[in-house]
Design a protein around this ligand. Structure first.
Ligand SMILES: Cc1cc2nc3c(=O)[nH]c(=O)nc-3n(C[C@H](O)[C@H](O)[C@H](O)COP(=O)(O)O)c2cc1C
Length: 258
């Protein structure tokens, strides 16, 4: 039978994980959760998965909206799983996705797992130099997760983390306007890669990118900019940059449209 995996990704980690899961399960559609409006499942699936990053100990705003509006169709019998990627602590993200799907759709996720990947949040800290080492580790950690999905394993998230849900709520309130503190310097050559990449179409190009305050703060624009022209306040000018080594900006932008 068919499978589907939904992902949201700024710097490629979640797309990489979703692609690996899809390859292993076979016959799996990969669909981006950055779409606006409501997405409907029009056929029956064997497995339905969600792969998304941790943002401030919870879920990205777009993921909350997308899942809230998702029409599961005739899929009550499917096996549901979620893989939450994170860099340091996933906090309450696993509970949040479980509760969201239960509250909005009366569906219980069967299996939720966090996956440590490269920590991309350059607004707060410099990028580690150990990209290869961390990436290899994540690849290895994904293997047992995929085996669990194949074996239809069931588990429960740690409910204690729910007390930290206020951290994500505060982020969600502010996130759309965070691009007010994004700057573009004279290195910008107007290539438009940032516009192509932005999963929520928040960027318009005149000579330079303009941000329209519907930002998810996924930092794809800032991290992928080949000229390093995009920065956040005065925080990121002297920090490194990170994008998943196996995911090009072209692939991410094309996949984000599917
Ligand atoms: C806005 C934002 C907030 C983040 N918050 C957290 C966090 O609370 N905990 C954590 O471990 N990692 C956090 N991260 C790191 C990402 O969750 C992690 O690097 C993820 O794998 C990135 O996935 P992507 O490459 O598919 O975008 C954050 C990243 C961003 C962009």
């Amino acid at each position: 039978m068919a499978n589907i995996v939904f992902y949201f990704s700024g710097t490629g980690n979640c797309l990489k994980a979703a692609k690996t899961i899809a390859n292993e399960l076979e016959n799996t559609e990969i669909v981006c959760m950055a779409k606006s409006g409501s997405y409907s499942l029009t056929k029956e699936y064997d497995t339905i998965g969600f792969v998304c990053p941790t943002y401030f100990w919870g879920l990205p705003k777009k993921v909350i909206e997308f899942i809230g509006n998702l029409n599961f169709g005739n899929n009550n019998g499917a096996y549901y799983y979620a893989v939450i990627t994170y860099g340091g602590s996933a906090g309450n993200a696993m509970n949040q996705i479980y509760d969201l799907i239960l509250d909005k759709h009366n569906v219980k996720i069967n299996f939720t797992k966090k996956l440590k990947m490269f920590s991309n949040y350059v607004l707060m800290y410099d990028m580690s130099k150990k990209i290869e080492k961390i990436t290899n580790k994540s690849n290895k950690k994904l293997v047992p997760i995929i085996n669990s999905i194949k074996n239809r394993t069931k588990n429960k998230a740690n409910r204690l983390m729910k007390v930290f849900s206020f951290i994500n709520k505060d982020f969600i309130k502010k996130v759309s306007d965070m691009d007010k503190d994004y700057t573009v310097n004279n290195n910008c050559n107007g290539c438009g890669i940032c516009k192509e990449l932005c999963p929520v179409k928040n960027i318009e190009m005149t000579n330079r990118p303009q941000f329209n305050h519907n930002c998810e703060n996924c930092i794809a624009c800032l991290q992928f900019c080949p000229q390093r022209a995009i920065n956040y306040k005065n925080a990121t000018q002297n920090r490194g940059r990170y994008t998943h080594p196996e995911i090009s900006w072209k692939e991410l932008s094309e996949r984000n449209k599917i």
